[in-house]
Design a protein around this ligand. Structure first.
Ligand code: BG6
Length: 441
């Protein structure tokens, strides 16, 4: 591409992704004019000279190198950046996954980059941390007195994190090497888990938040080899073909030489967190005298109409549920018990308190990468993974993958467009709970 061609791509993208109300031709012209396109074989010293003309020398301009490259190229690129004098002591390097395929290879990458860049210059990007709703988790938890006192294992029964996608693996060749465990769980889902489970950071310093996330990762119980088949389910979608609908299966999407295993192509695309408050107990409304012994609140409250957790003689009822919709239709839903209107005694009904961010905030929600790129320029590492976090995540994930690789258990096949393998339903039901996929809207 020529610079002009590349600038055209930039202009088209701005026009497509930035709302019309923000279009200011002079600003867009100025913005696209700074793009240039340089082809460089990064492993060959000869090409590096061309970069010189493209980088401005003004020391006040932040130099950020964004490396979305194959894992074996991080180290040589870092070294060339130094050797060719593009590196400065205040430059930043952004590195994007895959940051290795296991603990050992991620240590190698981190060591390679660390030969040149100090840890406070390294930005390991996970775009989930840039999502507005993911950051909102922190606000929801720590800025609302309602939640903070009960956000602990004495009150929260369990947490469900659902990342469901309608897209398939498609033509993304790397997916077959990586699989969902490396592509989504080792990074995005463990980061979500950290934000749900961590203690409040001591300050707003980047390291304070990352220290707390690290404690969560280091506290995760390892899943022992013998437990992996009981505690995990791996699935692969198969295609459907009828008169009205035709969807490729995973194997159909692979090139012929790679037919071989992925939670994609589900019925809906959703990123959700569901938190069940009420420890292994249902919530009902009953006079305190009726609370069974063992109910955590029976000794402490005399208000007969407080909703309290206990097991009723009539059987279980669901605990209070908090659903955080990360994407799409971003928002928060808290299921509340209210009295059914009218005569007939105290009949309770569950209704949602439903907050939609789109309705509450008229402004456009920035894309995750917008926030993160700005943070790189501003030098704020809060929403980037620190080396020890990345390595702790691999350490937890590796034994699962190793057990899968050694296992002769078949991968569970599910039909594209459904909610995944039925074995995943059995998985949670063995634990006496259910997935609440119906509530995710
Ligand atoms: C990427 C994964 O990191 O995240 C993809 O490599 C996945 O496989 C994507 O589809 C999901 O991102 P989002 O923002 O749509 O949830």
């Amino acid at each position: 591409m020529s610079d002009a061609d590349f600038q055209k791509v930039a202009r088209t993208s701005v026009n497509e992704f930035v709302g019309k109300e923000y279009h200011d031709k002079a600003v867009i012209d100025r913005f696209v004019s700074i793009f240039s396109y340089i082809v460089n074989d990064v492993s060959n010293e000869a090409g590096w000279g061309d970069l010189k003309g493209a980088l401005r020398e003004d020391p006040k301009i932040v130099r950020a190198f964004y490396l979305a490259v194959a894992p074996n190229l991080f180290e040589p690129i870092a070294e060339y950046l130094a050797k060719k004098k593009f590196y400065r002591r205040d430059s930043r390097v952004v590195i994007e996954k895959p940051l290795g395929h296991d603990l050992e290879s991620s240590v190698e990458i981190n060591d390679g980059v660390a030969k040149i860049f100090r840890e406070d210059q390294v930005y390991r990007i996970d775009h989930y941390l840039g999502k507005e709703t993911v950051q909102n988790l922190l606000a929801l938890r720590f800025a609302n007195m309602l939640f903070e006192p009960i956000w602990n294992s004495a009150h929260i029964d369990h947490v469900q994190i659902t990342v469901a996608e309608t897209v398939g693996a498609g033509t993304r060749g790397y997916y077959d090497e990586s699989g969902a465990l490396r592509d989504m769980i080792q990074n995005h889902m463990l980061q979500l888990l950290c934000l749900v489970a961590m203690e409040p950071p001591a300050s707003d310093d980047a390291n304070a938040l990352r220290d707390e996330k690290l404690k969560v990762l280091r506290s995760l119980k390892p899943i022992a080899n013998g437990e992996v088949s009981k505690m995990t389910v791996r699935g692969q979608y198969r295609g459907i073909s009828s008169e009205t609908v035709s969807v490729n299966g995973y194997q159909d999407e692979l090139p012929d030489d790679k037919k071989g295993v992925a939670r994609k192509r589900l019925s809906r695309s959703k990123r959700r967190l569901k938190i069940g408050v009420g420890r292994a107990c249902p919530f009902i409304c009953a006079p305190a005298s009726a609370w069974p012994s063992g109910c955590p609140r029976s000794a402490s409250s005399s208000n007969p109409f407080l909703i309290r957790s206990l097991i009723t003689p009539k059987g279980r009822r669901d605990p209070i549920r908090l659903i955080i919709r990360l994407q799409p239709d971003e928002g928060v839903k808290l299921m509340m018990m209210i009295k059914d209107p009218g005569p007939g005694g105290m009949r309770l009904r569950e209704v949602p308190l439903n907050l939609s961010f789109a309705q509450t905030f008229a402004e456009r929600t920035p894309e995750a990468y917008e926030r993160l790129l700005l943070d790189v320029i501003r030098g704020n590492q809060t929403l980037f993974m620190r080396r020890d976090e990345l390595e702790a995540a691999w350490k937890w994930v590796d034994p699962i993958r190793e057990a899968w690789e050694a296992s002769s258990d078949p991968t569970q096949i599910y039909t594209a467009g459904t909610w995944g393998p039925t074995a995943s339903i059995a998985l949670i039901e063995r634990d006496g709970r259910t997935w609440h996929e119906d509530e995710l809207t």
